[in-house]
Design a protein around this ligand. Structure first.
Ligand SMILES: *Cc1c(COP(=O)(O)O)cnc(C)c1O
Length: 374
C-alpha cells in the first residue's frame, strides 16, 4: 500500500494515525462485538464516543462554558440558511464578501430574506468587471459599512478557493455579533472563541470525513429561530436540547472526528499545530516568491491563507502540464478550483511536513525546467 501526498481542498487528507485506529477497531469497537457504525446512537458506546469527542474539542479550542457545541448535518452550506433563520428574527444582518464561500453565504441569506429579515452587503472585495482580480484581501473593520443594529455580522475567515484568511481574530470589528464560516481552517490555530457569536465548519477539510458539520454557538443566541420558517432540525435551540440528536446523527463521521481530536491532542494541541502550519505554508509561499514570477499568488501578504494556497503559472498549458506531472509523481488534488483555474495546494493539519517538502522540491524543479523553455 502506498499513500500519496494528497493536497485536495476537501474531502481532504486525514491523519494516518486516525485512519489506522479506525481500521483496527472497524469490525469490533472496544470489544463490543460490532462496529461503531452499526450501533444505536442512543446506546452507551456511541454516547461515550460523542461525549469524548465533544470534551476533546472543547479542550482543544478552549471553548468557554457559555458556548454550546453541536455536531449536525447538511454541510457548511446548510448553515448558510440556518444562520439567518435562527438569528435574524426580523432584523438585519451584515455580510462581508471576500471570496466564493462568503458570497454564497450572502446569496443564500438574501434568497430567503423576505421570510426572515433583511440582509445587507457591508463590504466586498470582489473587483468589478474583473472577478479574476478580486478577492485578494480581507477588509479592515473601518472599511466595512456596518449597521450598529445588525443582528450579526457574517464573515468567512478562510476562503478555501481564493486563499484569503483572517490570520488574527483581533482584526474583526468589535461590538458586532460575529458569525464565522471557519470550514477550512478550524483547528489550524487557537481561536479567540469569545470574539464570535457563532462558528460553523463542514468537517471534510480539517476535522474528519464529510457528513458532519460543527456548530459552536453562544448560549444567548439560542431560542430566536422563527418557528414559521425554520425546520426543527435547523433550530439550534432544539438541537442543543437534544444533544445534536433530534434525529439520527452521522455517527461514523462523529467517531472519526473524535479520533482526529485525539490525534491533535497527542500532537501537542493547536498552539503546536499553528507553528507547524505557519512553517509549512511559508515553504510554499517562499517557493512562489523565489520563482521569479513563474508562480504567482495574488493575495495580499497579510491575508495569505496558511491552509489553501492558490497560484498560477505563466500559461494554462503549463498549468495543465504541472497537474499532469504532479499526478504521475504521486501528488493528488493540486488542480485549482474550476471557478478560478490555476493550482491550489491545501495544507491542512494532516498534511505532513515531508509532503510539503516534496511539493516544494517538485515546484522548484518544474520551474527551473519550464522557465528556460518559455
Ligand atoms: C467547503 C466549504 C463550504 C461548503 O461545505 P459543504 O460541507 O460542502 O457544504 C463552505 N464554506 C467553506 C469556507 C468551505 O471551505
Amino acid at each position: 500500500m502506498t499513500r500519496i501526498w494528497n493536497f485536495s481542498a476537501g474531502p481532504a487528507t486525514l491523519p494516518e494515525a486516525a485512519l489506522r485506529e479506525a481500521q483496527a477497531e472497524l469490525l469490533d469497537w472496544h470489544g463490543a462485538g460490532a462496529s461503531i457504525m452499526e450501533m444505536s446512537h442512543r446506546g452507551k458506546c456511541f454516547s461515550e464516543v460523542l461525549e469524548t469527542a465533544k470534551a476533546d474539542l472543547r479542550a482543544l479550542l478552549a471553548i468557554p462554558e457559555n458556548y454550546r457545541v453541536l455536531f449536525l448535518q447538511g454541510g457548511a452550506t446548510l448553515q448558510f440558511s440556518a444562520v439567518p433563520m435562527n438569528l435574524l428574527a426580523g432584523r438585519c444582518a451584515d455580510y462581508v464578501v471576500t471570496g466564493a464561500w462568503s458570497k454564497k453565504a450572502w446569496q443564500e441569506a438574501a434568497r430567503i430574506e423576505k421570510a426572515v429579515g433583511k440582509v445587507r452587503l457591508a463590504a466586498t472585495t470582489e473587483a468589478e468587471g474583473q472577478p479574476a482580480d478580486g478577492f485578494c484581501s480581507f477588509p479592515r473593520a473601518d472599511e466595512m459599512r456596518l449597521d450598529p443594529k445588525a443582528a450579526y455580522l457574517h464573515v468567512c475567515t478562510n476562503e478555501t478557493i481564493h486563499g484569503v484568511e483572517v490570520r488574527d481574530d483581533a482584526l474583526l470589528p468589535e461590538g458586532a455579533t460575529v458569525v464565522a464560516d471557519m470550514s477550512s481552517h478550524i483547528l489550524s490555530r487557537p481561536v479567540d472563541i469569545w470574539r464570535y457569536g457563532l462558528i460553523y465548519a463542514g468537517a471534510q477539510k480539517n476535522i474528519g470525513p464529510s457528513g458532519m458539520t460543527l456548530v459552536i454557538v453562544r448560549e444567548d443566541l439560542l431560542g430566536q429561530a422563527d418557528a414559521n420558517v425554520t425546520p426543527r432540525l435547523l433550530d439550534y435551540q432544539a438541537q442543543t436540547e437534544n444533544d445534536s440528536m433530534l434525529n439520527t446523527p452521522c455517527t461514523f463521521a462523529i467517531y472519526m472526528a473524535g479520533l482526529v481530536f485525539k490525534w491533535l491532542k497527542k500532537e501537542g494541541g493547536l498552539v503546536r499545530m499553528a507553528e507547524i502550519n505557519l512553517e509549512k505554508a511559508a515553504r510554499v509561499y517562499e517557493t512562489i516568491e523565489e520563482s521569479g514570477g513563474f508562480y504567482r499568488n495574488p493575495v495580499e501578504e497579510a491575508c495569505r491563507s496558511r491552509m489553501n494556497i492558490p497560484f498560477t503559472l505563466p500559461t494554462p498549458e503549463l498549468e495543465a502540464e504541472f497537474v499532469r506531472e504532479s499526478e504521475s509523481r504521486g501528488f493528488m488534488g493540486l488542480k485549482g478550483h474550476k471557478s478560478v483555474g490555476g493550482i491550489r495546494a491545501s495544507l491542512y493539519n494532516a498534511m505532513p511536513r515531508e509532503g510539503v517538502e516534496a511539493l516544494v522540491e517538485f515546484m522548484r524543479e518544474f520551474a527551473a525546467r519550464r522557465s528556460k523553455r518559455n
